[in-house]
Design a protein around this ligand. Structure first.
Ligand code: Q46
Ligand code: ZN
Length: 309
């Protein structure tokens, strides 16, 4: 197989694009796609100060690396969930990338805040581990932006993440979640920052190839709590469909985005949006779920970040 651009031996076959590319041209191809996504969906303005949510995995570290390379100078935020071994190893990869990019990374330690790792926190509030994790991550990532003056929060969600979540929402007709996925979620006032997903249209395989070609050192192991997650089953099923009909995943997600645009801004959720009486974060009741969690721990704790670089 030859590279469609330069004719040299190809390093990757992209069946959904009916093309094969050498390393150099593949890197340029993927960076161009991310640039186009940022431009088309107006993810970042010139005046913006972006920050990337990094986990130590291939998607977030590749995104952090690529954004800086494309000229979107950005720092990082890492949430240490206090999972023995795994969290330290992940943080190490994040630090390495911070050094490579010469950028700052903020670190929030769940154990410093609540004296327990994420599984212990989940037990206290009697919620599944991933639900407790989601509450903390959503809050802290927004909070770092508000406290430190970042205007855009970028996450490494990729095409496979979006397609599988969408698949699950359609399968069970979860109307309350169905139309909430987007490449960009606008912020609200001073309390809710804009969120963007520049890898929305890049597959997991493409990002893994990019990370390897660029020598990005990421953590291969998955979070121990991700095992058995339904989305992994959906990803596997979508991969099988993709195998027999290349291009299905991207069509599925692009079709969804088109419908979302046609649908406009209709609000399905009739709930009135309010602000948390304790911290000012948008919520649907008197207190946001993070402050509710702090109450369960009986702590008046105020959020603090460690800073690296
Ligand atoms: S939610 Fe669950 Fe993930 Fe949090 S506890 Fe791990 S698997 S990291 S995206
Ligand atoms: Zn609150």
């Amino acid at each position: 197989m030859k590279c469609r651009v330069c004719g040299k031996p190809a390093n990757i076959n992209l069946r959904s694009y009916k093309t094969a590319l050498c390393e150099e041209d593949f890197i340029a191809f993927l960076e161009k796609r991310v640039s186009a996504t940022i431009g088309k969906y107006r993810l970042i303005d010139e005046a913006d100060r972006p920050i990337v949510a990094v986990s130590g995995g291939k998607d977030s570290l590749s995104l952090w690396y690529m954004m800086n390379k494309l000229g979107y100078v950005s720092d990082g935020i890492y949430i240490d969930l206090g999972i023995e071994g795994y969290s330290e190893r992940s943080l190490e990869k994040v630090r390495q990338m911070a050094d490579t990019l010469r950028r700052r990374v903020y670190v929030f330690h769940v154990r410093n805040a609540l004296q327990k790792g994420i599984d212990g926190v989940a037990r206290v509030i009697r919620r599944p581990t991933c639900s407790a994790c989601g509450t903390i991550k959503r809050y802290i990532m927004n909070r770092v932006c508000i406290d430190k003056g970042y205007t855009v929060l970028a996450t490494g969600h990729n095409l496979d993440d979006e397609a599988s979540a969408l698949f699950g929402n359609v399968l069970y007709w979860k109307r309350e979640y169905l139309w909430k996925k987007n490449v960009v979620l606008e912020g609200r006032g001073e309390h809710l920052v804009k969120k963007i997903k520049p890898f929305f249209l890049c597959s997991e395989r493409e990002i893994a190839a990019y990370a390897i070609m660029k020598g990005i050192d990421y953590i291969y192991e998955e979070c121990p709590y991700s095992e058995g997650a339904k989305t992994l089953v959906y990803k596997e099923m979508l991969n099988r469909i993709e195998e027999s009909s290349p291009g299905t995943k991207i069509m599925f997600v692009k079709g969804y985005l088109k419908m979302l645009k046609e649908k406009g801004d209709e609000k399905e959720d009739g709930r009135e949006s309010r602000y948390c009486l304790r911290c000012g974060y948008p919520t649907f009741s008197d207190k946001c779920s993070f402050c509710w969690l702090l109450d369960k721990f009986g702590t008046e704790y105020d959020v603090e970040f460690d800073q690296y670089n």
